[in-house]
Ligand binder design. Sequence first.
Ligand code: PFF
Length: 461
Amino acid sequence: MNQLDTNREQWNTRLGFILAAMGSAVGLGNIWRFSYVTGENGGAAFLLIYVLCIILIGIPILMAEFTIGRKAQSDVVGSFNKLAPGKPWVVAGILGVASAFIILSFYAVIAGWSVFYFIQYLIGGFRTTHADGYGGFFGEFISSPIQPLFWQFLFMAMTVGIVYVGVKKGIEKSNRILMPLLAILVIGLSIYSMTLGGASEALSFLFTPDWSALTNGEVYLAALGQAFFSLSLGMGALITYGSYLSKKESLPGAAVSVATLDTAFAIIAGLMIFPAVFAFGIAPDSGPGLVFVTLPGIFENIGGFGQVFGLLFFFLLSAAALSSAVSLLEVAVAYFIRKFDWTRKKAAIIVGAIIFVLGIPSSLGNGPLNDISIFGLEILDAADFLASNIFLPLGGLIIALFIGWGWKKADALEASDFGNTGIGNAWVFVLKWVAPVLIFIVFLASTGLLDVILGWFGVES
Ligand code: PFF
């Protein structure tokens, strides 16, 4: 194992690094997942707790990942081996690589659906003649044995292509173009959406809290989980990106910028989706189908310009998914490059191919493998459950504990650029106590263990 790689790649500029970290954070989680989770959890009150989670837990762990990566200058496993040789903290790294494989395997399936929709709009407008409308059309598409696989393959090929080219030319360059484009598209679409007639209802849904929602413990758990997923936390994506950073940058500024932009993207995506949802009388809590079933119907209702709206929307969703997928693949590729001394090109192709194959059951789970269920879930949902609800919180918990308990406080303060300041000490305190306790509660609840424990006491939730 070559621990000290003097030729390690570096970001070209500080902005390039921030945009790449942003690209990782902004993805299906901000648009598809954020809108339906916010819709299901009552809107404004959920949004408030979500923002608090980002500030209190998300930013401190984001800082922890950047700090570990930049200090160690290695992949997620190598980083823990280097900073704490022979200690069990490396479990977080192993979980991280495993999470990258699992999350990307199903992420590429959903992203493939999005690319398919984009192509539908591109080749002359998307209007279905299916008897059951867009719901029927979508159901038929995802249950076909070949079609979704083709789009999943195409999406994985694009992801591999970017990682293959490397940190500076591939990842940094593509994000430099994609991120500003996404920002312009999402702002433009939200302004258009606000003219549809549902604006005032959407604004009050998103910004006037119904405090009674806060008596439901699940709202807090949903908000914390969404913060984790959306910021790409807990699996070392940001350790890996931090490792391509030179010593000179200021980490706290970068962490705050990434978290602020990620949250702004989610909120603006909400301003894009909810006015349309209310204008056309759709229930905000209609669930994960919101993007793929409901929105095409909305675009059709809008008339001629709606087709352009649809084209832009699914381009935006695919592009956002691509920059997140790149960071997922990079976690695994960086590990294989170091561990097996592979070239970047070889690692990108082999790891990408394995992840594509791993994702096939997730894709077929809506069709030929419909009858298979794991923990009572469809294959794709089971993969999501295992990675997002178990591995990510566990990884985040270990990362927080590593800075809080596994590292000398003075070293952590120095490596983070905080120095021995009040805010630096508060950061270590949060990682030592606040974040672990909260993550532990989320972990219990999201794995269903809380229900099991409550069940022992005869409490049904
Ligand atoms: N943050 C991404 C999203 O919101 O879609 C998903 C993700 C990317 C999660 C990278 C974890 C990760 F390491």
